[in-house]
Design a protein around this ligand. Structure first.
Ligand code: B12
Ligand code: SF4
Length: 463
């Protein structure tokens, strides 16, 4: 039995096109979901993983599979449906799973033979068995998996073409921020994989550099942090010789021992969601965790950096409290915090989130011709109607934020302080220039968006 597992591309996410710039190699990330599915698949199946971000193959010229499994974030849904149609026309059954299939099940069911909602671990062997007998059901639900017995992902199947390997050590997040799908999809309970499994899986990754995809690597409670410390100790003891980057909340900075152990285990960078420069903004998105009394973000960032760990800060533009000037404000605050890189995203109502429910009920979803418009749900396009910012206004804020934070003088200052603090001036320079280089691409994309909206009257306007 032959199985193709496919990660569809999104033509609007041009930065992932590896052939256009060699730096993009550092921005293409392995589709871990498909490697996990492959790990759950019995050996009687011959598996090929296709990541369209590395190039779209000529499917009809490939050997005919017995089953196709497609994964998709919401922003990949359009291409996922095209791929599904292509295989279904050849008479090959198609199963789709992942976050979009879970949040928009009915839409997906109309376009594929079978939909799997939730996490796959508990249900995928059953799906394969039904497919083998030509007896696929229309729907399966995997719910939340027990993370104690997840087989290792098949890291051997996507061996080349990427700068980073990928691994997951925990699932779920208790914080449930309004714009984020993680709590809705993976649950509020923080589930931690057994440390020996994590170490073994790390050992099976060939790349020197690894993305730890956990939404919050260290968790929020003392028990979570103790486990993170144990994991870092085990990683160091296993002498993995990996360098890895991860996502964490700002409490990462609060524990010197945790930072020391993380750095020793190979941590080289963290991505931290600051979300908004104001307490009102944090309250609006529900990220109360960042509001702890007396938190000095600048000192926190510096404490992390002292361990030679780079900090990428993430903010959102388009909150109800955001007014003209927010772009400059974010650039200033992020510079004051001292982050090494800044990633700013448009507030985007993703299906299944509290924000989606709120914006839908208020009639504020502007790009709502679905499924066609899903391709704009990359958080790099303003797809909603924002309270104090028009379409032109919010784009202007985003551009001014990027221009400010990535101005030549600010980049030089950042590189100089990295040099002065014996950190990573070169990595910071390359990272900053690469973000700055994207601005031109982003401006072209905004111009296309405006044309698209122009044809469709009443796109984004003030409410
Ligand atoms: C790593 C990651 C990335 C990587 C992607 C790597 C890759 N190619 O997969 C990068 C950095 C590139 C990325 C980009 C984006 N991401 Co992202 N990302 C994640 C993150 C943190 C982890 C994903 C992961 O690997 N999980 C581990 C695997 C094992 O879990 P999984 O993917 O859920 O797969 C399981 C099930 O879903 C299911 N399953 C999945 N696929 C299939 C297929 C079949 C056939 C079956 C049966 C089952 C199945 O089985 C798996 C095992 O249980 C998630 C958060 C999260 N917790 O999921 C956000 C997340 C998926 N990202 C999100 C978003 C919004 C984006 C972006 C649009 C915006 C952005 N800038 O972040 C872009 C998308 C760009 C594009 N191409 O269009 C949202 C998606 C929400 C949505 N409705 O789409 C998430 C949920 C985070 C959030 N804040 O809400 N992301
Ligand atoms: S944004 Fe981060 S902290 Fe908030 S719910 Fe999502 S994963 Fe958790």
């Amino acid at each position: 039995m032959r199985l193709y597992l496919i990660n569809p591309s999104n033509p609007l996410v041009s930065i992932v096109k590896v052939k256009e710039s060699r730096w993009n190699r550092y921005r293409v990330w392995k589709p871990l979901s498909l490697m996990v599915l492959a790990g759950l698949t019995p050996p009687s199946w011959e598996i090929t993983i296709v990541d369209e971000n590395l190039g779209v193959p000529d499917y009809p010229a490939m050997p005919r599979p017995d089953l196709v499994g497609i994964t998709a974030f919401t922003s990949q849904a359009n291409r996922a449906y095209e791929v599904a149609a292509q295989f279904r026309n050849m008479g090959v059954p198609v199963v789709m799973g992942g976050i979009h299939a879970t949040m928009c099940r009915d839409e997906v069911m109309e376009r594929v033979d079978s939909v799997v909602t939730g996490e796959a671990e508990g249900i995928w062997p059953q799906v394969l068995e039904d497919a083998r007998h030509g007896n696929l059901k229309r729907r399966y639900d995997g719910g939340l998996a027990k993370v104690n017995d997840i087989p290792l992902a098949r890291h051997d199947l996507l061996a080349s073409g990427y700068a980073f390997g990928a691994i997951q050590t925990t699932r779920g997040c208790p914080l449930n921020c309004s714009f984020c799908s993680v709590t809705a999809f993976n649950g509020a309970r923080y589930r931690q994989r057994p440390i020996p499994d994590v170490v073994r899986e790390f050992q099976s990754i060939r790349e020197k550099r690894v993305l730890v995809v956990d939404d919050n690597l260290i968790g929020t409670r003392p028990g979570h942090i103790a486990r993170a410390k144990d994991m870092f100790r085990a990683m160091t003891q296993a002498n993995l010789r990996k360098e890895w980057i991860a996502q964490a909340t700002i409490n990462f900075a609060d524990d010197e021992e945790l930072l020391t152990l993380a750095a020793k285990a190979g941590c080289r960078g963290v991505f931290i969601g600051f979300e908004s420069p104001t307490p009102e903004g944090l309250l609006e998105v529900g990220k109360k965790f960042n509001l702890l009394n007396g938190r000095d973000f600048r000192a926190s960032v510096r404490r992390i950096q002292r361990h030679n760990i780079l900090v990428v800060g993430s903010f959102i533009i388009g909150l109800d409290i955001d007014e003209p000037g927010i772009g400059k404000r974010i650039a200033e605050v992020a510079s004051h915090y001292g982050v090494d890189n800044l990633n700013v995203l448009f507030l985007t109502p993703l299906p299944g989130t509290r924000l989606w429910d709120q914006m839908t009920s208020q009639g504020r979803i502007a790009l709502d011709t679905f499924p066609e418009d899903w391709k704009y749900y990359t958080l790099t396009f303003p797809v909603a109607r924002y309270k104090h910012l028009s379409l032109n206004g919010i784009i202007k804020e985003m551009i001014s934020c990027d221009r400010d934070f990535y101005s030549t003088s600010r980049i030089l200052r950042r590189v100089w302080s990295n040099f002065w603090q014996h950190r990573k001036p070169l990595v910071t320079l390359v990272g900053n220039l690469s973000y700055r280089g994207n601005l031109r691409l982003a401006c072209n994309a905004y111009a296309d968006l405006k044309r698209y909206c122009g044809n469709r009257h009443n796109c984004v306007k003030q409410t």
